[in-house]
Structures are given as C-alpha cells and as structure tokens.
Ligand binder design. Structure first.
Ligand code: NI
Length: 181
C-alpha cells in the first residue's frame, strides 16, 4: 500500500522513533508499504517518520551503479533492498562531502558531509540480528535514514551558506506542512 509522504514542516519528522520489540506481521507489512511508497516516489531510502509512524524502521534500495569501483565492491555483499528494524550505527570512519536529497524535501537538494564508511547493526524482517559495513552512497543513505529515526533532518547538517540559500524554499515548505522547522 502506498502511504502519504510527510513533508518538512510536519511535526512527526522531528519525533524520535521508538525501538521495535518484535517482528510482527504488522511490522513486516509496514516495511513492505514503506518500500512500495519509496519506489513509487523514486527515492532510495525512507524512514518511518516520513510515513507518519514512529517504529524504528527504515528501508533502503540503492540502484546498481550508484556506488562505483572500490565502494561498489565493498557494498557488494549487502543485499538490496534493505529493511532495517532498530538500526544503530556503531562505527563511523572518514568523511565525504556529497549531494543529498530527501523525499520530505521536494525540490531541495544540498551537500552534506557524512562519514565515508559505517558499521550498522539492525534486525531483519526474519528477526535475525545483522551487522553490515557500508561505504560511499550506501553509507550516506544509512546515516541519512538513521538521522530521520532520531528526528534529525539533512538540512540540519547542511553548511550555513547552503541553508541560507535554501531558506526561502524551506520556510515556504514548512509553512505548507505544519510549520515545524
Ligand atoms: Ni530523507
């Protein structure tokens, strides 16, 4: 089922998510609905808050070719799409500045400095505990989505100069969706 995507200004985007106790059929369905919603919107990741929910769940599906060379090889063992329940980043390494976008910010995309590699733990939809190491664009997506689950948005991490450049657009978007910044 396609769910409505919450946009910047909606107070739910600033709520921290709550850890999921166990993988129920409802949780599996929510993850499937999030994937369907994300694919329809042509996104590469979405977090529960973005569909108005507070379970600590995000889904990611990075198309082939987004990561190249060494980073693609590094990420190769990680199956896509990823549905992560209770994801936690347990280590961060290096840093990279790159463009980022977000389904809750239509028409806005800016540069964000993120760690180049992450190690992340999560529970998969079969209830198994997983630990993955990711690099490049996938590492960026994991950081972006776990930020959402902590109520943090990528505009918070943009440079002051870029945030200033987007200020009128951000103000307009926020006002149209509930007014929370
Ligand atoms: Ni996002």
């Amino acid at each position: 089922m396609i769910l409505p995507i919450r946009k910047y200004g909606d107070p739910v985007l600033r709520e921290p998510a709550r850890p999921v106790g166990c993988i129920t059929p409802e949780i599996v369905q929510l993850a499937q609905d999030m994937l369907e919603t994300m694919h329809k919107a042509k996104g590469v990741g979405i977090a529960a808050e973005q569909v108005g929910r507070l379970e600590r769940i995000c889904v990611i599906d990075i198309p082939d070719g987004c990561d190249k060379g060494e980073q693609a090889a590094f990420n190769a063992p990680i199956p896509m799409p990823l549905a992560m329940v209770n994801p936690e980043i347990i280590s961060l390494e290096g840093s990279e500045n790159d463009k980022e976008g977000c389904l809750s910010f239509p028409g806005i995309g800016g540069s964000v400095v993120r760690a180049a590699k992450v190690v992340c733990t999560y529970i998969d939809l079969a209830g198994r505990r997983q630990t993955i190491s990711a690099a490049g664009f996938l590492a960026r997506a994991i950081q972006h989505e776990t930020d959402h689950l902590d109520g943090r948005l990528y505009v918070d991490r943009m440079s002051a100069v870029e945030r200033l450049a987007f200020a009128p657009k951000l103000k307009k978007l926020s006002r149209a969706n509930g007014g929370v910044r």
